[in-house]
Design a protein around this ligand. Structure first.
Ligand SMILES: [Zn+2]
Length: 244
């Protein structure tokens, strides 16, 4: 439990920077995300009578987290941004001149974090390009060229495989080769319970970690007879969250 133990969902979604002081615990962060109805985790052992989530891409999953809902609430986005800045400051005191985050999920967060440093923020753009006849996803930077020596902080709301994080790094670096990345990544949710201490020499600073398993085929929960439900409809959400 943490600072926000016992605070109701209605109060949690109205939280402001300054409503409390000190670092939020992983349980606090979970409570905030749950208050916005954007987190569901499979409860306990796999059982036939407990349904599981069917994600938009068609994968079966033991969890659903949609931080875009949280980040659309600018008060909560500001609360999380302030916490991420404190987390960074506990291990890095140097200047932050520019903040970037992946398109589209982390744009609001990058802006909120950048404002706390008085730093520059220019959005990355998710694009699909053809390379060798194959469609490849990229994160492109089309903003003004940042001066040499600019200290660049990357932030993300969610990390699973680090693929998008690497695309952001590559896209920004291509357009701004003389800038310097800060070797820490403040992150709201890490979907890996165990991750190497660093990704590409960057230390991940997550507020909370969830172990969520996903399957494209051969879902063991479907095999067990558990129902697969889409969480992003009101009926599906109600069915998932009321199951024991
Ligand atoms: Zn399944």
């Amino acid at each position: 439990m943490g600072l926000l133990a016992g605070v109701s969902s209605e109060e949690l979604i109205k939280l402001q920077v300054g409503s409390f002081s000190g670092p939020l615990s992983p349980d606090d962060v979970t409570a905030i995300i749950q208050a916005t109805n954007s987190l569901w985790l499979y409860p306990g052992e796999f059982r036939a009578e407990v349904p599981h989530a069917k994600l938009t891409a068609g994968d079966c999953s033991t969890g659903f987290v949609n931080l875009r809902i949280v980040m659309s609430m600018t008060n909560l986005c500001d609360v999380l941004a302030a916490q991420l800045v404190a987390l960074l400051r506990s291990c890095h005191k140097g200047s932050v001149d520019c903040v970037i985050g992946s398109d589209t999920a982390s744009l609001n967060l990058a802006y909120a974090v950048g404002r706390l440093f008085g730093a520059r923020v220019y959005p990355m753009h998710k694009v699909t390009v053809k390379e060798c006849g194959e469609e490849v996803e990229k994160q492109k930077y089309t903003g003004p060229k940042m001066p040499a020596g600019t200290k660049v902080l990357r932030v993300e709301e969610l990390m699973t495989t680090a693929k998008t994080f690497r695309l952001v790094t590559a896209g920004f670096q291509e357009a701004n080769p003389e800038t310097e990345f800060i070797p820490f990544l403040p992150l709201v949710v890490d979907r890996r319970t165990v991750r190497e201490a660093a990704v590409d020499g960057v230390q991940i600073l997550p507020m909370v970690r969830y172990e969520i398993k996903s399957w494209k085929d051969d879902c063991p929960l479907c095999a067990l007879g558990s129902k697969a439900i889409r969480p992003n409809t009101p009926e599906g959400w109600a069915e998932l969250t009321t199951a024991a």
